[in-house]
Design a protein around this ligand. Sequence first.
Ligand code: AKB
Length: 316
Amino acid sequence: MKESIIIIGANGQIGTELATALREKFGIENVVTSDIREPQNLKDGEIFETLNVLDKSAIESLFQKYKPTQVYLLAAMLSATGEIYPQKAWDLNMNGLLNVLDLAVEYKVSKIFWPSSIAVFGPHSPKTNTDQYCVMDPNTIYGISKLAGERLVEWYQENRGLDIRSIRYPGIISWKAEPGGGTTDYAVHIFYDALKKGTYECFLSEDTALPMLYMDDAIRGTLQLMDATKESLTIRSSYNLTGVSFTPKELAEEIKKILPNFTITYSENDPRQAIADSWPASIEDSPARADWNWKPAFDLAKLTVDMIENLKTNKI
Ligand code: AKB
């Protein structure tokens, strides 16, 4: 079957690279990117539509125009910005999702991808090897909206017949588009500053371990989940997924192996520290491994080399 794909929120860190991968896989003419922001550069043949996910009738017009078989909903406000603008975060993260789900039912969209996050876990969740099903008491608006979203997603599958696939992304590390508004963003900023200034002031303490995933793995995993047969999926809310866990200190040590003069300092009293402290240090993702053969390819050493090489060659 010929696919028609719409990505909503396509100009962010993940959308930028997912769009490239989907265009390669399904053809440039079959992938429509949309975002509230204009893209920085649109290549020949690429289709872009300006869209606010809170404008349901605008989404409906896109669905009428392109008759999507697959929709990727990436528009969201992340953890740190969400704490500054809680009402806006709730509105965007919940009503954006509801708009898309309702229209997906009406327009019979075959498959939807919606990302959840490790932010669904909270202070009483197990700290290490946090498993799929455990105490979940998120204490950020972002985490609360993602956990509510997971419940909605499962409800729409059981009661409205949708096929929705989802991953609880950890921090995503990438060099093509920078992240914005997240707690795990330090793990990208550190590379830019290491190359530009030789030093980085980290907003998390040196021993704050968090689960992370390199973008290449994130994209491969997302496509693998979307390709899996419906029957193979035992989790219809959102899959735990991880690549590697490390602390800012461990990352800095790895960077120093390539840039020996790099130095790092740590700021105190940053509000993102409390968010990071409420999240797991590492994730257990055996259901993803068993159901759709998930296996990350990038460890800390490999992603560090790849980030520095690509930023040097392509960006800085
Ligand atoms: C954030 O830090 O808010 C995000 C996430 C882990 O979902 N990167």
